[in-house]
Design a protein around this ligand. Structure first.
Ligand code: 5GP
Length: 251
């Protein structure tokens, strides 16, 4: 097979040119990073789990009419996605206070918010993805007013879907981050959910015990990250329910 052209390598994924125009192969690495890559490790099996979990969530979103970049999973570590122009924003939705919101505003972690709160960060590793307001976004032309309305609506739909799916398996969706892609169709453009949705980009707490089942396990040295992600996958039926030492695919 001809060597594929690498388009981009990020902290957790590599993007290769896809087999057809307008497609990209998204490869999930086992690398885990936190605090803007100040903390790094290789976590055996993380990429396999995130590939499957992102597939599961993106397929679910497609089913309820939320457009995503996902086309199909290719193998254990790769999925075929639509190529799109990434809006340079991290869109964060919070249902409970945690992480940087707790630090910034002094609200105890786990406090339920009066309603979902959507925040925007400017995607720039060198700057540490700073929080920005809609004023910055409009003034610097990162997204139009119409884009921002569409992004808010997409983010809240993803939140409702993810919260419900997680609640069904005894997990609280505390917060999450999504990225938005722009695709052009004839004379029109459309915004879709891009990147990944996985325990790398969500905070997931067991409803009964409060146990953390997301990347905070790595960020805060709370135990084995693969065990936490496997537990999420098992509850969602993405992995078999029996105890497995390593991620085992069911089909
Ligand atoms: P916080 O702002 O509290 O650090 O993060 C809020 C939520 O967004 C968490 O679920 C966190 O995992 C996610 N998040 C924020 N920034 C990033 C990022 O750069 N990469 C990933 N994968 N997730 C992020």
């Amino acid at each position: 097979m001809a060597r594929r052209k690498k388009i981009y390598e990020g902290k957790a994924k590599i993007l290769y040119e896809g087999p057809e125009p307008g497609t990209i192969v998204q490869y999930f690495k086992d690398d885990a990073t936190a605090f803007n890559a100040e903390k790094k490790d290789v976590i055996d099996g993380k990429g396999v789990l995130n590939n499957r979990l992102s597939e599961f969530f993106m397929n679910g979103l497609t089913q309820i009419g939320v457009p995503t970049h996902f086309i199909r999973r290719l193998n254990m570590r790769e999925q075929l996605v639509r190529s799109c122009e990434i809006v340079p924003l991290e869109v964060i939705v919070r249902n409970y206070a945690a992480g940087t919101m707790s630090k910034r505003l002094g609200i105890a972690e786990g406090t339920q918010l009066p309603r979902p709160i959507v925040e925007y960060c400017y995607k720039d590793d060198a700057l540490g993805d700073p929080l920005v307001s809609e004023e910055h976004i409009a003034a610097f032309g990162w997204a139009s007013q119409q884009d921002m309305e569409d992004i808010l609506s997409l983010a809240l739909r993803v939140n409702d879907f993810m919260s419900g799916v997680m609640f069904g398996v005894g997990i609280r969706l505390v917060d999450f981050k999504i990225e938005i892609g722009r695709v052009y169709e004839g004379d029109f453009q459309r915004l879709i959910i891009a990147d990944e949705i996985s325990p790398d980009s969500c905070r997931l707490w067991d409803i009964e015990t409060g146990e953390k089942l997301d990347k905070d396990v790595f960020r805060r040295d709370l135990g084995n990250l693969t065990d936490a992600y496997s537990e999420v996958a098992r509850r969602l039926g993405v992995l078999p329910k029996t105890n497995v030492a390593k991620p085992t695919l069911i089909n």
